[in-house]
Design a protein around this ligand. Structure first.
Ligand SMILES: NC(=O)c1ccc[n+]([C@@H]2O[C@H](COP(=O)([O-])OP(=O)(O)OC[C@H]3O[C@@H](n4cnc5c(N)ncnc54)[C@H](OP(=O)(O)O)[C@@H]3O)[C@@H](O)[C@H]2O)c1
Length: 337
């Protein structure tokens, strides 16, 4: 997809204020600092989406100090197209800022037909990253993840592939995603033996999904690995978006297989109660939902999605109030537990 340069200035100069307000947090015991809020390109960046809007959102993110962009081979739709669009925008806007960016991609879910296009084999991981680098027109990514555990491939093979990817210079660091605590511990042991810089575990975490509290955060702390949490807004449910019904131009109002009207309706009473607590804190619900995750010391960054620059600006303001009183935490607990 081409960017229509008639509708936007060709040259992008990043804001000189970009490092003034963002908070940067260390990922585990590594040398890497990540913005407390990072941007994911799972939705809104594919060939089906408006690339001008995608470009605006990326520019706005970087101007706000968001240096970390999260991709995966299958983001789109169609699969691969988020990486292609990101590559196009990197080339037009961010070429001179490459060393200020921390770019992630992943492999693990279905990507191409046949036995070598999914899960955790060495064959899949190495060839998928080669494809991702071509799509984004990059020499290397900053972090490469195994996207989901593979019960049938030996962990030694998958971690060995991650280690070799680093040795080949195609990724500076590695991560895993969606692994349970026990497999995370084993992965950390293997990667330590291989002297591979394992710095991040990417896991779903929000007020509506707290599985990481059941052992994963402790495991990560014990192994010096940072946690980057995804879907912090429960895909938009933990915002003001659905308080008064389901807008057509929303994830739940569209044809997403990941969020539907039934899920929103089942949660609407909790959403309304949480919005009242947020209001008493002088925050939007989205901002409270992000702040609530950042209270966990193991969390290096909260990975949000955004379909507009306004959403992004609203969400980043979460950093203005990260403190919770005991009473506020108790009220929240009462609503969500
Ligand atoms: N590792 C994994 O397996 C995995 C899985 C899922 C996601 N991820 C990563 O995590 C990233 C974030 O996931 P997510 O998109 O589910 O996160 P999310 O932040 O929970 O949801 C993002 C969506 O919420 C809505 N939204 C955001 N801010 C809003 C605001 N201020 N007001 C109203 N609505 C708002 C928008 O939906 P509308 O489009 O409806 O406007 C936006 O697209 C992904 O892009 C991806 O990089 C990783």
């Amino acid at each position: 997809m081409q960017i229509d340069n008639n509708t936007q200035p060709i040259k992008y100069d990043a804001s000189s204020e970009r490092y003034k307000t963002m908070t940067y947090k260390r990922s585990g015991k590594s040398g890497v600092l990540l913005p407390a809020i990072s941007l994911g390109l799972w939705h809104n960046f594919g060939h089906v989406d408006d690339i001008k809007n995608a470009r605006d959102v990326l520019r706005c993110a970087f101007d706000l100090g968001i240096t970390h962009f999260d991709l995966a081979n299958n983001y789109g739709p169609p699969s691969g197209s988020a990486e292609e669009n990101f590559g196009t925008i990197l080339n037009s806007d961010f070429k001179s800022y490459r060393d200020e960016l921390f770019i992630a991609t992943k492999a693990g879910f279905d990507m191409w037909d046949g036995p070598y296009g999914n899960l955790g084999s060495r064959k899949y991981l190495i060839s998928s990253l080669d494809q991702s680098l071509k799509r984004m027109n990059l020499d290397y990514v900053d972090v490469f993840y195994h996207h989901r555990p593979d019960p049938d491939t030996p962990l030694e093979e998958t971690m060995g592939a991650l280690a070799d990817i680093v040795i080949q210079g195609k990724a500076l660091y590695v991560g895993i995603s969606n692994y349970q605590p026990e497999d995370t511990k084993k992965a950390a042991e293997l990667l330590r033996e291989l002297k591979t810089p394992f710095i991040l575990h990417q896991a779903r975490y929000s007020m509506f999904d707290r599985w990481v509290e059941d052992g994963l955060l402790d495991t990560l702390e014990q192994n010096g690995v940072g946690c980057i949490t995804f879907s912090p807004l429960a895909q938009g449910m933990l915002t003001d978006k659905y308080l008064n019904g389901i807008p057509k131009n929303s994830r739940a109002g569209g044809d997403s297989v990941f969020l539907n009207t039934e899920t929103v309706n089942n949660n609407i009473e909790k959403i309304q109660e949480l919005a009242k607590i947020a209001e008493r804190r002088g925050q939007k619900l989205s901002q409270m939902a992000i702040a609530w995750i950042l209270r966990q010391p193991q969390v290096a960054s909260v990975l949000i999605g955004a379909s507009s620059t306004n959403q992004l600006k609203e969400n980043v303001k979460a950093l203005d109030n990260l403190e919770f009183t005991n009473d506020e935490l108790k009220f929240i607990e009462k609503v969500i537990s």
